[in-house]
Write a new protein. Structure first.
Lengths: 221, 267
C-alpha cells in the first residue's frame, strides 16, 4: 500500500480513476480516433487487396492451366524402321509460328529393347540438361547436344555430359496407318514413364517429390 | 540617323547625366524579360518549397578525399536513363507477338530513321549499365561504404542489382532470333532446377508448360513495365538515403583525433 502511494506521489482515489489515456470517454474501451484509424486502415487494406489479388492471380494462373492435348500425324507407319530414327517436325504449341514447332526422332519398337514391334518410340529433341535441341548422330547411334555436350545412347539414356535424366518421349499411337505423336512425358533412368518434367530436373524415387510435376500435366502412359 | 537605344550594348551607352530622370527599368526596356526566368523560378519555389530542397541536395557537404570513384553511381544512373529513354522509343516500333517480333525488330533496325542507332544504344547501353553497376558496387565494398549507418542502402543496391539482371534476362528474349530464343529456354530451365519451387518458377516465367504465345508478351511486360517501375522507385529511395546520410570518406583518410572524439571513443 505504501508503494502504491509513493508511485502516485501521495495522491489516492480520484487521481487513479481518471480515464487513461486521455481522449477516452467514460465507459469507452477505445477512443474515437483509434476506432477511425483502424476503420480507415481496414478500408485501405480491402481496396489494396481488390487491386493486388486479381493481378497476382492473373500472372500466376498459367501454372495451373491444363495444356491442350494435341495429337498430330507425322507420317505413315512404313516410313519408320526399328534400327534407326527418322526426324519429324510437328507443332507443339499452336499460334506462334516457327517457335511453336519442335523436332522428334521416331522409330519402330524393337524386340532388342523389349518393345512391341507394333509400337513406336518418339524421342524428344529437348536436352534433359537445360533444353537445347539434341541431334541424332546415326553413325554413332547416339544423341548429342550442341550446348553443353550431353550425349545419350540409342534409347535416350545418358552416357555423357551434364544431363540429369534420359531424353523425354512423346506418347505415340497409330491411326489409319499414320503414326501420331501426343503429349510429352519424362522417364526415369530405367526408362519408366513419369509425368512430364522440365529439363534439369531429376526423376525417379524422392526426386519426383523434390521436383513436383505441374498440377495439370497428363499422367504418364 | 540615330541608332535605337535597345541595340547599343550597355558599356557603350552614354551615361545618364546626373540629376536627370531615369525610367523605372534603368532605361533598359528588356529588363522585365531578363528577370522572367528568375520570376518563374520564384513563383514555383514559393508554391513548392523546391528551392531549399534542391539547394540542400546539390550543395550538401561531401567528405574530404571525394574523388572520381564517387561518380560511378551517377554514371549508373545516367546509363539507366539512357536505357529508359531509348527503350521508350524502341517500344514505339516493337511488336511483342511471337510471329511479328523478329520482323518488327528488323524493320526498326533497317528501315526506321536512326533505328539502328537507338537500338544500338539500348543494346550496348545494357552491357555498359551492368558493368557500371558492378564497378559502383565494388567501389562501395572496397571503400567500406556499406557499413553503419548505410546498410539499408547496400540492401537496396543489391535489390537494384538483381532487378538489373532481370532486365538483362527479359530483354535478351525480345529480338526473338535464334540466340535469344534458346538463351531464354536455357535461362528458364535453369530457374526450373531449383528444388520444390523451381518447376513452378519456370512455369510462371513461361506462362505454361512450354514456350508459348504468352511468354514473349510476359517477358516484355516484365522488361518494360514491372521492373523499370521498381527500379525507378528504388533509385529514389537509394538517392534519398545518399542525401540523407551523406557519403563516406575514402578509407585512407582518417578523422583527426581531437580530445572530444577520443573521449567519445572511450565511452
Amino acid at each position: 500500500m505504501a508503494d502504491a502511494a509513493d508511485k502516485t506521489n501521495g495522491q489516492t482515489g480520484e487521481a487513479l480513476s481518471k480515464p487513461e489515456p486521455a481522449g477516452y470517454f467514460e465507459g469507452e474501451s477505445m477512443s474515437r480516433r483509434r476506432a477511425l484509424t483502424i476503420a480507415a486502415q481496414a478500408v485501405g487494406g480491402v481496396a489494396g487487396a481488390i487491386i493486388v489479388l486479381p493481378a497476382v492471380g492473373f500472372a500466376v494462373a498459367p501454372i495451373f492451366k491444363k495444356p491442350d492435348e494435341i495429337w498430330e500425324s507425322v507420317g505413315p507407319t512404313s516410313r519408320f524402321s526399328a534400327d534407326t530414327y527418322k526426324p519429324v517436325v510437328f507443332t507443339l504449341v499452336e499460334g506462334i509460328g516457327e517457335a511453336g514447332k519442335t523436332t522428334a526422332f521416331v522409330r519402330q519398337g524393337s524386340k532388342k529393347y523389349d518393345e512391341s514391334p507394333s509400337s513406336y518410340v518418339a524421342i524428344s529433341t529437348r536436352c534433359a540438361h537445360l533444353g537445347c535441341p539434341v541431334n541424332f548422330v546415326a553413325a554413332a547411334g547416339s544423341f548429342v547436344c550442341p550446348c553443353h555436350g550431353g550425349v545419350y545412347d540409342f534409347q535416350g539414356k545418358v552416357i555423357g555430359g551434364p544431363p540429369v535424366r534420359p531424353l523425354d518421349r512423346f506418347q505415340t499411337r497409330v491411326v489409319k496407318g499414320q503414326v501420331q505423336l501426343g503429349p510429352r512425358y519424362s522417364v526415369t533412368s530405367q526408362l519408366d514413364p513419369v509425368r512430364y518434367r522440365d529439363p534439369g530436373e531429376y526423376t525417379g524415387g524422392a526426386w519426383n517429390y523434390i521436383y513436383p510435376p505441374r498440377p495439370d500435366t497428363p499422367p504418364a502412359p | 540617323m540615330k541608332i535605337p537605344d535597345v541595340l547599343i550594348p550597355p558599356p557603350l551607352k552614354r551615361p545618364h547625366k546626373p540629376g536627370t530622370d531615369r525610367s523605372p527599368n534603368g532605361g533598359d526596356p528588356l529588363a522585365p524579360l531578363k528577370e522572367a526566368p528568375a520570376d518563374l523560378i520564384g513563383w514555383l519555389d514559393e508554391r513548392t518549397g523546391g528551392g531549399s530542397f534542391l539547394t540542400g541536395m546539390l550543395y550538401r557537404k561531401v567528405p574530404k578525399g571525394t574523388n572520381w570513384f564517387y561518380t560511378l553511381g551517377s554514371a549508373t544512373l545516367f546509363a539507366f536513363v539512357v536505357q529508359a529513354v531509348t527503350g521508350v522509343f524502341l517500344a514505339m516500333y516493337y511488336d511483342p507477338s511471337p510471329t511479328q517480333a523478329y520482323a518488327s525488330v528488323t524493320h526498326l533496325t533497317n528501315d526506321v530513321f536512326l533505328g539502328e542507332f537507338v537500338r544500338g544504344m539500348h543494346k550496348w547501353g545494357a552491357s555498359v549499365m551492368i558493368i557500371l553497376v558492378y564497378l559502383h558496387m565494388a567501389r562501395t565494398f572496397i571503400f567500406g561504404a556499406y557499413k553503419y549507418p548505410r546498410e539499408l542502402n547496400w540492401i537496396i543496391g543489391v535489390t537494384l542489382l538483381i532487378l538489373t539482371m532481370i532486365m538483362g534476362f527479359t530483354g535478351y528474349l525480345l529480338p526473338f532470333d535464334q540466340r535469344s530464343f534458346w538463351a531464354t529456354v536455357v535461362g528458364v530451365n535453369i530457374n526450373g532446377t531449383g528444388p520444390f519451387i523451381g518447376p513452378y518458377l519456370s512455369d510462371f516465367l513461361r506462362a505454361g508448360a512450354e514456350f508459348n504465345g504468352s511468354t514473349l508478351p510476359r517477358f516484355y511486360a516484365i522488361h518494360m513495365l514491372i521492373v523499370p517501375g521498381l527500379i525507378i522507385a528504388l533509385i529514389g529511395a537509394h538517392l534519398y538515403l545518399v542525401v540523407k546520410l551523406g557519403t563516406t570518406a575514402p578509407p585512407w583518410l582518417h578523422p583527426k583525433r581531437t580530445k572530444a572524439t577520443v573521449r567519445e571513443e572511450r565511452v
